[in-house]
Design a protein around this ligand. Structure first.
Ligand code: F6P
Length: 403
């Protein structure tokens, strides 16, 4: 079998572990069948430009694979590229098929989030209609944790680990002065507040902060936010607020750029700074905002060992599905709710059922006031951040893998 593997969408700390999982599982097939594994640079966009690389050259070395697992971002590069509706225009599909056939590819594995599963669903569906034997399988990833059908997504646990570590350090820093203060932390998550909500985990270590947590799933007004802050300041000298970038007050156009990516998703940024200015002018206390920005998805020095292990297993499972002749499937993780211990099994679902759907944070876990997360969420989040992964250091700095 000849595999091609690519990465797509926003990066995570675990997406390269999935690539290693794909590579290792495909290599294991070599004992009973001739197998080749090609990497594709820059996702489906790079495929259209025939940007293939031979993964054996560097990944046959176990040290390189271990280093790649500890390397953030997409080592193969990424893209945000939407395939057109094949009913309207299938010229690009014909081109993709011709390229896959030219390079003798039997299975194309795509590691990505919601939009990438759209590519898996459309491409696999079109190829099947054409009676092509080429299989397309999706491997999930996203720090947003918003893919349906899976308990959680690879990349999320590491982002949560970074967030909780950073917030706990911010909490210490914010406590040093005698004056009342407010700190607003802006956290990624375009459409769903899973990552922001996970800041409630700090309660498991006895913290009272963040005292206020706001998700895109709830109603949000600046007036309501200021009232909540005033109330919290009555009992806390230092008030920490975790705010999702996706929170959209009615006056959001005052701070949003209006710029979108190729998928039409707005670039979200600025709510933290906007709220900082509101607190300064309306409450008048010491106030800072921190936008965690890309650090929350590329801080592999704080990756979760559980996350990297599961990400690799998802990659492995995708190879198994392709080898079984399946197509149009996305790997999923299922948690055994009946077990006292955290247990995950790997399964699969139709990629079309994951594509373009958003799994929002459960409303039942948001408190009635809409500004806190209930304790039930803690047991959901906690297993995902277990285990440390030490970075490989060189000259006192992290060493990363590069193709
Ligand atoms: O992949 C998800 C995500 O990290 C969102 O949380 C964020 O809004 C978006 O990607 C940022 O996209 P970009 O990498 O294009 O800036």
């Amino acid at each position: 079998m000849r595999f091609a593997v690519a990465q797509s969408g926003g990066p995570t700390c675990a997406i390269n572990a999935s690539l290693v999982g794909v590579y290792e599982a495909a290599c294991e097939l070599r004992s009973h069948t001739h197998t080749e594994i090609l990497g594709v640079l820059h996702g489906i966009q790079g495929l259209l430009d025939e940007q293939f690389i031979d993964l054996d050259k560097s990944l046959s070395d176990a040290d390189n694979r271990a280093l790649l697992c500890r390397t953030p971002a997409t080592a193969l590069g990424s893209c945000r590229f939407r395939l057109p509706d094949p009913q309207q225009d299938d010229s690009i599909y014909k081109k993709v098929r011709a390229i896959l056939e030219k390079h003798g590819i039997d299975a194309f594995l795509y590691i990505g989030g919601n939009d990438s599963m759209d590519t898996v669903a459309k491409l696999s569906g079109w190829l099947a209609e054409q009676n092509s034997p080429i299989r397309v399988i999706g491997v999930p990833k996203t720090i947003d944790n918003d893919l349906t059908g899976t308990d959680h997504t690879p990349g999320f646990g590491s982002a949560v680990k970074y967030l909780t570590m950073t917030l706990s350090e911010i909490i210490r820093d914010s406590a040093v002065y005698c004056v009342p203060s407010v700190l607003i932390c802006e956290i990624m998550g375009r459409d769903a507040g899973w990552l922001t909500a996970s800041s409630c985990l700090l309660r498991a270590n006895g913290e009272t902060a963040p005292q206020l947590i706001y998700l895109p799933e709830g109603e949000f007004t600046v007036e309501g936010f200021l009232n909540d802050v005033r109330e919290a300041m009555k009992t806390h000298k230092s008030v920490i607020c975790a705010v999702s970038e996706g929170v959209t007050p009615p006056d959001a156009d005052l701070f949003r750029s209006g710029v979108s990516d190729a998928y039409g998703h707005a670039y979200l940024s600025g709510i933290g700074k906007y709220l900082e200015n509101q607190v300064r002018s309306e409450i008048g206390c010491k106030v800072r905002s921190v936008e965690l920005n890309v650090m929350q998805r590329c801080s592999s020095h704080l990756a979760s060992a559980t996350d990297l292990t599961e990400a690799a297993a998802c990659g492995r499972h995708a190879v198994t599905l392709a080898a079984q002749g399946l197509t149009g499937r996305m790997v999923t993780m299922q948690r055994d709710d009946n077990s006292a211990e955290y247990r995950i099994t790997f399964s699969d679902m139709a990629a079309k059922d994951a594509a373009n759907y958003i799994r929002t944070f459960p409303k039942a876990w948001i408190t009635p006031a809409g500004n806190q997360i209930s304790d039930e969420a803690i047991s959901y989040f906690l297993p995902l951040i277990q285990g440390e992964v030490l970075p490989v250091m060189e000259n006192g700095m992290p060493k990363h893998f590069r193709f």
